[in-house]
Design a protein around this ligand. Sequence first.
Ligand code: SF4
Length: 351
Amino acid sequence: MPEADVVLEVRDLAKHYPVRRGVVLKRQIGEVKAVDGVSLTLRKGRTLGLVGESGSGKSTLAKVLVGVEKPTRGQILVDGRDVTDVGRAERRALRRTIQMVFQDPYTSLNPRMSIGEIVGEAFAIHPDMAPAGDRGKAVRELLDRVGLNPDHVHRYPHQFSGGQRQRIGIARALAVRPRILLCDEPVSALDVSIQGQVINLLEELQDDLGLSYLFIAHDLSVVRHIADEVAVMYLGRVVESGTDDEVYERPHHPYTRALMSAAPVPDPTRRDDCLEIMLEGDVPSPLDPPTGCHFHTRCWLAPLIEGSVDAERPDGRPVPAVCRNDRPKLAPQESPDHHAACHFAADVARR
Ligand code: SF4
């Protein structure tokens, strides 16, 4: 796909938090590498799904992308312009193109504001989006656009259901005419029947408005449904990325393969294939991550590698020294857009 189709590019982005001890001197004793060298590309009208367990760094990445947190290093290019390296006014204009849809529609809306005030609030910050006399009309159009009754503009969030509140959140995000929506677990707080309606709305809006989505979720079946490309994160790093078919059908990283095994299988004829791998233990602390490949303490493949007796891991099972000592790079696999960070990626695909 040509470069011109790229709306958002993230290059080697990192967000590290210092950890301090002491009441007075507050000496730094370490740092949490919540996001550690992530590179991603999002194209016009496409959806990039970002998956991983809790603690993988997905939500921190989202906060950095919308400007809530400052990156420790790296670049965020919107239409080729690095928003981390421009003046305040330009950064504000560029940032407007990325809006966020939050996970929890119950807490992301101010209960003391009417939905008209919530959706129209953005016009006060970006007055060029709607002249003062037209704002009421613009708000009503936005409510209509997301499937809400515009006559309910004076109602308050508690008068709406969970799905309707998420529609209000989407209308608020659309008010400044963004080109990218960063959706952070947008349906995980909703009933399954309502999830489908919100996903359908997001897909309709994408078709009509040419929006691009960065869709963060731990539910792999939702991501499979909506995403064109998928990136899998583990302990602050992307460990696999590719088209949804490549990542779901031919995973090349043991972590991705294990995540797929843990996910519900829509096709029961594939159940036997998919139940074979268990993801053991919790995600290690990002304050003291495992050396080499961060996944080596939980990896199901490492102990199966011939000659993997060089070093032992905490559960007493063997692990190849290369896994324990050397960080694997994201490397192209069967197609140039499919990448995995595993020294034995070819073995994953064969097993
Ligand atoms: Fe497992 Fe080694 Fe691959 Fe890491 S590099 S995922 S430990 S096989």
